[in-house]
Design a protein around this ligand. Structure first.
Ligand SMILES: NC(=O)c1ccc[n+]([C@@H]2O[C@H](COP(=O)([O-])OP(=O)(O)OC[C@H]3O[C@@H](n4cnc5c(N)ncnc54)[C@H](OP(=O)(O)O)[C@@H]3O)[C@@H](O)[C@H]2O)c1
Length: 301
């Protein structure tokens, strides 16, 4: 393992900010899915509070981030909801904090399932409000499953647009989508972000969507920027020679280079690396200060 000597306490300011709807957030945010893995909630609470101390003001979550039985499929013991851990750690919430959540799935009785009918979406919004302890949600992403022949987001996104008009939701986004989904949703209500799986060696077909989002002033928020194709299994340790070489040049870790690469894909790209480890959190935030040269970006691909 290379030694990480890159300064780890630089805070989020180095990566700059982006206007997410009517809010401004630092481009280095935090993903909360991993927090549920540790059976001791104190660990998650420590990570969340440290994130905010380091300047993180954009936290991604979902009511279906729960262990055991949610997206990670790990753990035993009583249910630990990321949304409730966020509330325990951070309420009363700092005014500048934007909590992004997502709907379209539900976790019940240890099973995660797609749930995107109007009543299901309304219930999920209410569940997020209840677990987070809020009277409105800052940002809700509609998380879809792409299927040939059943590709319209109109009904689901229309339901969220109604909830936005009613004041329960401030801003809307989309997750796991293509450009045609974005086009359709934008005809219904403003879209402030697209959250898709994307990293330097994974789902690069999204290069075009990253560009389209930039042109339209929409944030592109990659998830699995560390995990890549390992997805829920965790961080990739299979780094290319180019990643290792750039990491050595910056006295950084390969994971930091992966995050820096993501942030270099455009000023509208917002990182949400997930971790349940305070040291990893600090290293990830510090990666926002890495400046890659054009030739380094070319070698990273
Ligand atoms: N919209 C969607 O469908 C969707 C799907 C999945 C996730 N998400 C969101 O995106 C966020 C990011 O995804 P993710 O957390 O699954 O994947 P990720 O950020 O790509 O990688 C997380 C993995 O990397 C490890 N890690 C984090 N920082 C590290 C570091 N500095 N050095 C070494 N290992 C490190 C974590 O383990 P440790 O805990 O040990 O650090 C964890 O195994 C999630 O937290 C969630 O909020 C959205």
């Amino acid at each position: 393992m290379p030694t990480n000597t890159f300064p780890n306490e630089t805070g989020t300011a180095a990566a700059g900010t982006w206007r997410l709807g009517d809010r401004t957030v630092h481009r280095m945010g935090f993903g909360s899915m991993r927090l549920t893995a540790d059976p001791d909630p104190a660990t998650a609470i420590r990570v969340l509070r440290r994130a905010v101390e380091l300047g993180v003001d954009h936290i991604d979550t979902a009511a279906f981030y729960v262990s055991p039985g949610g997206t990670l499929g790990v753990g035993t013991g009583p249910a630990r909801y990321a949304t409730e851990l966020i509330r325990a750690a951070l309420a009363p919430y700092p005014a500048e904090l934007v909590i992004a959540t997502k709907v379209g799935f539900a976790a019940a009785d240890g099973e995660l399932s797609e749930a995107n009918g109007p009543e299901q979406l309304r219930a999920q919004v209410d569940e997020n409000l209840r677990r987070l302890g809020r009277d409105h949600l800052d940002l809700v992403n509609l998380r879809i499953v792409k299927r040939a022949g059943r590709d319209s987001v109109a009904e689901s996104f229309g339901t969220l647009a109604e909830l936005r008009a009613a004041g329960k939701i401030r801003q809307l986004g989309l997750s796991n989508v293509r450009v045609d989904h974005l086009d359709e949703a934008q005809r219904i209500a403003p879209v402030v972000c697209v959250q898709n799986s994307y990293s330097l060696d994974h789902n690069r077909t999204d290069d075009e969507l990253v560009r389209v989002c930039g042109e339209r002033g929409i944030a592109y928020v990659p998830f699995f920027s560390l995990a890549g194709s390992r997805r829920e299994s965790g961080a990739s340790h299979d780094h290319s020679d180019a990643v290792h070489a750039v990491a050595r040049a910056h006295r950084a870790t390969p994971q930091q280079v992966r995050l820096a690469w993501a942030l270099h894909q455009g000023p509208h790209v917002l990182a949400i690396p997930g971790t349940g480890n305070v040291d990893h959190l600090a290293a990830n935030v510090a990666a926002g200060a890495i400046r890659l040269t054009a030739s380094e970006l070319a070698t990273l691909g």
